[in-house]
Design a protein around this ligand. Structure first.
Ligand code: KMH
Ligand code: ZN
Length: 311
C-alpha cells in the first residue's frame, strides 16, 4: 500500500517589513486591510498567518504592540487560523523591542531568526520614480547598510523571555550555517522538538532560491535534526511559487504571501494574499497532496492552541 503523505501546511505572510506601499496597491498596511487580507488568506487555505504590523497611516513597518492590537482580535473572531507574530519586524531595533508583540499577545507561534546577516533590498529603490510616502525611498535605498542582528545572545534572550508563553517558533534559516546555529541552540536546551524550520531562500544576504540549494538545506537538516523537525520553504520574489511547489513535492510545507513576493506570475502583481494562497492550494492539491486545516497544523507542530493566546 502506498505510504500516506503528510498534509501540507500553507503559511501566509501577509505584509512583512520589506515591501512598501508604492510597490503594490495590494500590499496591506492599514489595520483594516491587514485584518481583511489575513482572514481572506485563511479562507483560501492558509492555516498559519505570519503577521507584521505597520503604521496605519503611512504603512511604515512597526513593532509597536499597539499597531497589532486593532487587527489580532478581528482575525481571531473571523478565523481559526494559527497566528504567528513576527519577531523580525525591524532591521534596526533591538531584540527586546522585536519580541514585545509576540510576548504581549502570547501568540501560538512567532518567528525566530537564526543568524546575523546582511539583509538588503536596496536594488528595489531604482525601480520607482516617485513614492507614495516620504519614508519609503530612504528605507529601501539604505537597506544596503543593514545588518540583521540575531546573535546567539539575542536568540537566547528571545527564547528565554518567550518560554513561559509556550510559543512554537518558526525558525527562519537563511543559509546553511543558520541550521548549525539552530542545532547548537537545540543542544543547549533552548528549543523543544519538533522544531519548525522555515528555509528562507532568495534574500540578498542569504542563500539563493534554487533546487540544488533546497536539497542541500534539507539534507543538512536531516543530518542535524533527524526526525525532530518539520520544515517549510519561503522563496523571495518570482521564485516563491516554484520553490513552494518543489517543497510540497519533497514532503515539506509552504509559505506564500505579499511579505515574500508581490507577484502572482512573472511580470504580474498579485491582487491579494488570498490569490497567492489559492494558487499554491490548487497546485498542492492537483499534485496529489492535501492541505492541512489549522487544527491539523496545530497537531503536526505541537502548538498550545488558539484558546491560550492573549488577544
Ligand atoms: N521577510 C522574510 C524574508 C521575520 O518576520 O522574522 C523573513 C521574515 C522575518 O519573515
Ligand atoms: Zn516576517
Amino acid at each position: 500500500m502506498a505510504r500516506k503523505r503528510n498534509k501540507t501546511i500553507i503559511t501566509c505572510a501577509v505584509t512583512g517589513a520589506i515591501h512598501t506601499p508604492t510597490m503594490s496597491d495590494a500590499l496591506p498596511y492599514t489595520y483594516d486591510d491587514i485584518a481583511r487580507q489575513a482572514i481572506d488568506a485563511a479562507e483560501a487555505g492558509a492555516s498559519i498567518l505570519h503577521l507584521h504590523a505597520r503604521n496605519n497611516e503611512t504603512g511604515a513597518p512597526s513593532v509597536d504592540p499597539a499597531d497589532f492590537a486593532p487587527f489580532l482580535p478581528r482575525i481571531k473572531q473571523a478565523s481559526d487560523a494559527v497566528v504567528n507574530i513576527s519577531t523580525g519586524g525591524s532591521l534596526t531595533l533591538s531584540i527586546q523591542d522585536r519580541i514585545r508583540p509576540a510576548a504581549t499577545f502570547s501568540a501560538e507561534m512567532c518567528s525566530m531568526n537564526m543568524g546575523s546577516m546582511n539583509f538588503s533590498f536596496h536594488p528595489l529603490a531604482d525601480r520607482y520614480d516617485s513614492w507614495k510616502f516620504d519614508w519609503e525611498r530612504d528605507y529601501v535605498a539604505n537597506s544596503d547598510g543593514n545588518i540583521f542582528r540575531n546573535t546567539f545572545r539575542d536568540i537566547r534572550e528571545a527564547a528565554e523571555t518567550l518560554a513561559p508563553h509556550e510559543i512554537k517558533f518558526e525558525h527562519e534559516c537563511y543559509d546553511v550555517g543558520h541550521l548549525y546555529n539552530l542545532k547548537f541552540c537545540m543542544d543547549s536546551g533552548l528549543f523543544k522538538a519538533p522544531i519548525f524550520i522555515q528555509f528562507v531562500m532568495g534574500i540578498l544576504g542569504g542563500i539563493g532560491a534554487d533546487i540544488d540549494n533546497l536539497v542541500f538545506m534539507k539534507k543538512t537538516a536531516d543530518k542535524l535534526f533527524g526526525d525532530d523537525y518539520r520544515w517549510s520553504v519561503l522563496a523571495a520574489g518570482i521564485a516563491q511559487i516554484p520553490m513552494a511547489t518543489t517543497a510540497s513535492q519533497m514532503g515539506g510545507h509552504v509559505r506564500v504571501g505579499l511579505e515574500d513576493s508581490l507577484l502572482i506570475s512573472r511580470g504580474t502583481l498579485a491582487d491579494s494574499n488570498a490569490q497567492q494562497v489559492a494558487k499554491i492550494h490548487r497546485i498542492v492539491e492537483e499534485l496529489g497532496s492535501e492541505v492541512a486545516t489549522p487544527d491539523e497544523a496545530r497537531e503536526m507542530l505541537g502548538l498550545k492552541g488558539g484558546d491560550k493566546v492573549n488577544f
